[in-house]
Design a protein around this ligand. Structure first.
Ligand code: PMP
Length: 351
């Protein structure tokens, strides 16, 4: 018996590559290609290094208040964390303790199974249908909790509020988490349902539509009870998850609505254009409502396209996983980046 037999062994999640070379066109991790709101820069420049001497506000009240003001949700129904990864991980720890299997789609964010393994939570993947849609019936069996993104990742497909409500209403004995990381790119949020269902947690992030992946802020909306349980778990683990710059810069971003809306609109417009270009080049894809397109070529393998693009300094994402090995997930970049991407694709495909 060695100490190693008592180690919690896990196979970690593999994030997309973060190359240091600024010339690389990064379409592989769904970041926003535009900078954060100008108000964020102003606050950043005004931050005093002396303030770093003190611990930050453990409640991150300024950040919570800014989210509360923006979404018109009471502060005691908002939880903040170090990216939505932190919020979701803590939610698994807090809510998925029945010993029953939790449910999520077979094709989805590949961190869900990693957290389940980390916390010893049994799980069962529910196959999406042939069009990569979630089937509500699959989530009407006994379970210890449910999680899925809407729009789903990496497919980009948005499910309707009525279908999600059907799942939440059928599962009053477990917590249902809707991961809305990509909801700001044209989707309808299920946020209003938190007033009706005590067991619904809606999770969001600053990493995509707010262009602040580097600051690591995620947040969640839910009933006062859900948020209190999450908060108790957080304060039993680490009181100071939100550092001082995150609190200040996160609040500044919420205050600049016009910039936020313009940025999302620009990305949606580029997405519309790139869908047409990809179609003309022989790609098919589900109708994405996210800031990426999940596309498959009619006769060239995703693996070879991935490598050919990489050789040209363009990074996209590819998984060698069942059902999705033929697809590339392409983040929507700036118009200039996407023009270069299409030009290089044309060259690779000989079109
Ligand atoms: N949920 C989904 C569906 C995602 O794609 C991501 C991004 N990898 C996250 C959550 C986590 O994002 P973050 O921790 O940056 O908020």
């Amino acid at each position: 018996m060695s100490w190693e037999s008592n180690v919690r062994k896990v196979v970690p999640y593999t994030p997309g590559e973060q190359p240091r070379d600024k010339n690389i066109i990064k379409l592989n991790t769904n970041e926003c290609p535009y900078p954060p709101a100008p108000g964020v820069e102003k606050v950043l420049k005004g931050l005093s290094y002396e303030d770093l001497r003190l611990y930050p506000d453990p409640e991150a009240s300024k950040l919570v208040k800014s989210i509360s003001d923006y979404y018109k949700v009471p502060e005691d129904q908002i939880f903040v964390g170090v990216g939505s990864d932190d919020v979701i991980a803590l939610s698994f720890l807090t809510f998925f303790n029945s010993g029953k299997k939790i449910l999520f789609p077979d094709v989805t964010y590949s961190f869900y199974n990693v957290w389940a393994e980390l916390f010893d939570i049994p799980y069962e993947r529910q196959p999406l249908d042939d069009d990569f849609r979630i089937r509500a019936e699959d989530y009407k069996k006994e379970n210890g909790g449910i999680i899925f993104p809407n729009p789903n990742a990496p497919t980009g497909i948005l499910e309707s509020t009525s279908m999600i409500e059907e799942i939440v209403a059928a599962n009053k004995d477990s917590v249902v988490i809707v991961d809305e990381a990509y909801i700001d790119f044209g989707g309808e949020s299920v946020l209003p349902l938190i007033d009706k269902y005590e067991n619904l947690l809606v999770v969001r992030t600053y990493s995509k539509s707010r262009a602040m992946a580097g600051i690591r802020i995620g947040y969640a909306f839910g009933s006062g009870k859900l948020i209190k349980y999450l908060s108790d778990a957080k304060f039993s683990y680490n009181s100071y998850t939100m550092n001082l710059p995150s609190i200040e810069l996160g609040a500044a971003s919420m205050a600049d609505d016009e910039y936020f809306k313009t940025t999302c609109k620009k990305i949606m417009e580029t997405r519309r254009r790139i869908k047409c270009e990809l179609k003309a080049l022989g790609f098919t894809f589900p109708d994405s409502q996210a800031n990426f397109i999940f596309a498959k070529h009619e006769n060239v393998s995703a693996q070879s396209l991935f490598c050919a693009l990489k050789a040209k300094g363009i990074y996209v994402r590819h998984w060698n996983a069942p059902r999705i090995e033929d697809y590339l997930r392409i983040t929507i970049g700036t118009d200039e980046e996407m023009d270069r991407f299409i030009e290089e694709l044309r060259d690779i495909l000989g079109k």
